[in-house]
Write a protein that binds this ligand. Structure first.
Ligand code: PGA
Length: 252
């Protein structure tokens, strides 16, 4: 088993370029051991500048927060997977719940995005997670299974090596309410089992599954300590360098 621990920051639509440079510089000065990856998903317009700033300390990798499912064309305001790949951006987030909600991204569209991003050579942080009413109805595992089956499970085992899954219960995103470590572990173990059933043990053992939803310095260690939780996708708390560094330290 050689799956990586990952602390990923999702800055969303936050930071001016100066704030972004300051934040990324603080984080990239921080030393990590080789099995831990730090990924910063920053606004598109920051990618080139931050890439130059943190290049020499390459243990921090950049991600885009989205990409289009086509590589070029008349799609005003969109960014394509090949454009990201041409800038050597290694990761892209696909399927964040905010985009599913505000931009009507369906499982079918996300499947096209996954295909296009992989074909362009990007690695993907694929988000899944249920709204509160689905959790209350105890249908959360089925809901997440459908998201994975409909957008991801047409990939080959070797393509799955380029996927990181982020389980983000929608009721825990930006609300201050976190899934308990047990709730996170239950879902992560279920996701790993789905991957085992669809693929094989090597694929399910090696895929990193991150938890997202109000991760902060005070709860990261306990959540990351669960056997099937391999790190976090962190929104609000990733905007504060000290807090995010403490979260990265949650692996130790
Ligand atoms: P949050 O966001 O940490 O602010 O809850 C997580 C996410 O949306 O990825």
């Amino acid at each position: 088993m050689n799956r990586k621990n990952i602390a990923a920051g999702n800055w969303k639509m936050n930071t001016t370029i100066d704030e972004g440079i300051a934040l990324a510089s603080r984080i990239s000065e921080f030393k990590r051991d080789l099995n831990n990856l730090v990924i910063l998903a920053v606004p598109f317009i920051h990618l080139t500048t931050l890439q130059k700033k943190i290049k020499s300390r390459s243990k921090v990798l950049l991600a885009a927060q989205n990409c289009h499912h086509k590589n070029s064309g008349a799609y005003t305001g969109e960014i394509s997977p090949t454009q990201l790949a041409s800038m050597k951006i290694p990761y892209v987030i696909i399927g964040h719940s905010e985009r599913r909600e505000h931009n009507n991204e369906t499982n079918d569209i996300l499947k096209l995005k996954v295909r296009a991003a992989l074909d362009a050579g990007l690695k993907i942080i694929f988000c899944c997670g249920e709204p509160l009413e689905i959790r209350r109805a105890s249908k959360h595992i089925l809901h997440v299974k459908n998201q994975l089956v409909e957008s991801l499970f047409e990939l080959s085992p070797s393509e799955m090596k380029n996927i990181v899954i982020a389980y983000e219960p929608i009721w825990a995103i930006g609300t201050g309410e976190t899934a308990s470590p047990q709730q996170a572990q239950e879902m992560h173990a279920a996701i790993r089992q789905m991957i085992l059933s669809k693929y094989n043990k090597r694929t399910s053992d090696n895929i990193s599954i991150l938890y997202g939803g109000s991760v902060k310095a005070s709860n990261a260690k306990e959540i990351f300590g669960q056997p099937d939780v391999d790190g976090g996708l962190v929104g609000g708390a990733s905007l504060n360098a000290d807090e995010f560094i403490q979260i990265i330290n949650g692996f130790e």
